[in-house]
Design a binder for this molecule. Structure first.
Ligand code: DAT
Ligand code: MG
Length: 153
């Protein structure tokens, strides 16, 4: 099965009306949407998602940020989707991120950065489990799959 990743449109993405724009980029790239949930993340769940950053000075602020307003949690599927989505998101903060990336095009904050994306197959698997039951992730074939992934050789 092709790789999956967890992408969260964070509170600032929702409040700044950028959810559609962010989804549009992943959709047009050709990734398959496998799950989506609009929700308010509890502080406890935010702590679990960001557990690797527990000891960092910004951890508490990060937990507050993610749980402060609703988010749109999505799962996308494609071969190599983790690396591609990370590159499409850009560097962690908008002031460093290249133009053309999501963070580079829409943000310059030192705390808010619009979007979360898993950074490895292992973290993707763990993170997806935090937000979705197996039956909430939909397996289906895109109608244009041959045109999307076809090779000219
Ligand atoms: P990324 O979201 O690019 O994977 P990360 O995993 O290193 O970045 O950090 C997770 C989140 O923590 C990030 O989206 C924003 C926040 N963060 C990271 N470094 C920070 C810092 N130096 N100050 C404040 N927040 C930070
Ligand atoms: Mg990260």
């Amino acid at each position: 099965m092709a790789e999956r990743t967890l992408i969260i449109i964070k509170p600032d993405g929702i409040h700044r009306h950028l959810a559609g724009e962010i989804i549009r980029r992943f959709e047009k790239k050709g990734f398959k949407l496998a799950a989506a949930k609009f929700m308010q993340v509890s502080e406890e769940l935010a702590r679990q998602l960001y557990a690797v950053h527990q000891s960092k000075p910004f951890f508490e602020g990060l937990v507050k940020y993610l749980s402060s307003a609703p988010v749109l949690v999505t799962v996308w599927q494609a071969q190599g989707v983790i690396d591609m989505t990370r590159r499409m998101m850009g560097a962690t903060f908008g002031y460093d991120a290249e133009p053309g990336t999501i963070r580079g095009d829409f943000g310059c904050s030192k705390g808010y950065n619009l979007v979360h994306g898993s950074d490895s197959p292992e973290s993707a698997e763990q993170e997806i489990k935090l937000f979705f039951r197996p039956d909430e992730i939909i397996d289906y074939e895109l109608a244009d799959v041959d045109w999307l992934y076809g090779k000219n050789d």
